[in-house]
Design a protein around this ligand. Structure first.
Ligand SMILES: [Cu+2]
Length: 108
């Protein structure tokens, strides 16, 4: 019991430390997204950060609809933030390298 309470407290303080900045970070590294699959709550912000020297971009789609699109080229260490308000499954990919893709599960 005591251990469980400690774990809960640790999780709460992690959430508070993140505050309103962002909920999740997706690194773009070695021509891949990391993580490739992630879950966030609706309304939380995701930050994509390019750690490659090569430029990349991020395009998100929900079904047939494009719901976000970063600048055409994110250069090294550039970031792109997106806040997803609607629950559902969002597929994302790099507009420059078609093999780079991932999925965001947005939960209510
Ligand atoms: Cu790319």
């Amino acid at each position: 019991m005591r251990q469980r309470a400690f774990l809960s407290a640790a999780l709460v303080s992690t959430a508070l430390a993140l505050g309103n900045s962002y909920a999740a970070e997706v690194r773009i590294e070695n021509f891949a997204f990391a993580p490739e699959k992630l879950t966030v709550r609706a309304g939380e912000t995701i930050v994509f950060v390019n750690r490659d020297q090569a430029p990349h971009s991020v395009i998100g789609t929900m079904g047939e609809d494009e719901i976000f699109h970063s600048p055409e080229q994110l250069d090294e260490d550039e970031t792109f933030r997106v806040t997803l308000a609607r629950p559902g499954e969002v597929a994302f990919r790099c507009g420059l390298h078609s093999h780079m893709s991932g999925t965001i599960f947005v939960v209510p």
